[in-house]
Write a protein that binds this ligand. Structure first.
Ligand SMILES: [Zn+2]
Ligand SMILES: [Zn+2]
Length: 368
């Protein structure tokens, strides 16, 4: 009910914002409008202040350099970029564009617009556009806020964008927004989603590099507080109404011998295939969350589950593997290659994505 009335009111405000051509305003009456506007905006009655602005225009009074900051501040506070844009036009029409009061307040509404756009790109998995917009925002000289960072940082939560995420972190340290608890959590989630096992170490290193010892101490506190424990990586595959679970380096499965033999063969074929393709077998260097330490101990669990699937299914049957953590770059590359070698489609659902591997490519386009 309240929501609807606000919507209808703001719609009315938007429709009614037009500069009247009558020139009936005297400076004394303008100042009385302005002081009422200022009072409403200062006390946080933004909707009322926009109503008053509209009434002022309807009654033929022209806004001036003292009117705009309060009207624009109200639009920014209510996140009404369209109304803000209309008032921006009024600022231009009344020749106040170069007035420092009007300019400062226009920045606040531009900030609202940028934040809304960045958040839109992030939510729609368009990280590159979100980052480009942020760069443009900085070039235009619009200062960012915690809200900007909360909209932007999640867009870097991809292994390939870890570098951009780290630059954002450094940026936050430079401008002091990193001490905000929500920004800090957001950064931490980003590092975790990038598949970086050592995200606390990474964060702490960034603080060390910036010579920010408070930051280092904060991260150490977080580690103690959360008593970090790594979840071991495991994958499973369903076969004949039974679940076959594999841990990294697992040798307990009854078919372990066959699985490792086939895996060895596949590893050789993959190496040969890629050596043929580009002269070396270099892999994408993303790392699996929680899996890195066990890597020294053995093969990642998804490889074992996939090979089990290949051993126990016929051509044309789909292989579906579920993994509790994110697939690492090496396994992702390996799975892509084997779909070409064995000519089978493989589906891996990891902690965050569905990967449909077929004919040497993955549906995630290597963004996961
Ligand atoms: Zn892996
Ligand atoms: Zn993928």
């Amino acid at each position: 009910m309240i929501k609807r009335s606000i919507v209808s009111t703001t719609t009315r405000i938007r429709c009614c914002f037009s500069l009247q051509r009558r020139n009936s305003s005297s400076s004394s009456s303008s100042s009385s409008w302005n002081s009422r506007l200022r009072l409403l905006a200062k006390e946080g009655h933004f909707l009322e202040s926009l109503h008053l602005y509209r009434t002022m225009l309807l009654s033929g009074h022209s806004p001036d350099r003292f009117t705009f900051p309060f009207a624009i501040k109200s639009c920014a506070a209510l996140s009404l970029p369209l109304s803000g844009a209309q008032i921006h036009c009024h600022v231009i029409k009344t020749g106040c564009l170069f007035d420092p009061f009007a300019q400062t307040s226009l920045i606040s509404i531009l900030l609202v617009c940028y934040n809304a756009l960045i958040s839109g790109f992030t939510l729609n998995s368009r990280p590159l556009e979100a980052l480009a917009l942020f760069r443009r925002m900085r070039r235009t000289g619009i200062p960012f806020t915690v809200v900007t960072m909360l909209s932007l940082i999640p867009s870097c939560a991809l292994p390939m964008l870890l570098g951009s995420g780290m630059s954002l972190h450094a940026y936050n340290i430079k401008f002091g927004t990193d001490v905000d608890a929500s920004v800090e959590n957001c950064l931490l989630t980003m590092y975790a989603k990038c598949g970086s096992v050592g995200y606390y170490v990474l964060m702490s290193n960034i603080y060390v590099e910036a010579g920010n010892l408070d930051g280092v101490a904060r991260i150490q506190g977080m580690v103690r507080e959360r008593r970090l424990k790594k979840e071991p990586g495991c994958s499973y595959v369903e076969h004949k109404e039974r679940i076959h679970l594999f841990l990294a380096g697992d040798r307990l499965h009854p078919q372990a011998k066959d699985i490792y033999r086939m895996l060895d063969g596949l590893e050789d074929s993959v190496k040969a295939l890629n050596a043929l393709k580009d002269g070396n077998g270099d892999t994408n260097n993303g790392s699996g969350e929680g899996d890195d330490i066990v890597m020294a101990m053995g093969v990642h669990s998804e490889k074992l589950a996939i090979v089990f699937g290949l051993l126990n299914t016929k051509a044309g049957e789909e292989i579906v593997v579920i993994k509790n953590l994110r697939v690492c770059g090496d396994c992702h590359w390996f799975i892509k290659s084997i779909t070409k070698i064995v000519n089978r489609a493989i589906i891996v659902r990891d902690a965050t994505h569905f990967h449909h591997f077929e004919d040497g490519v993955c549906s995630c386009n290597d963004y996961w």
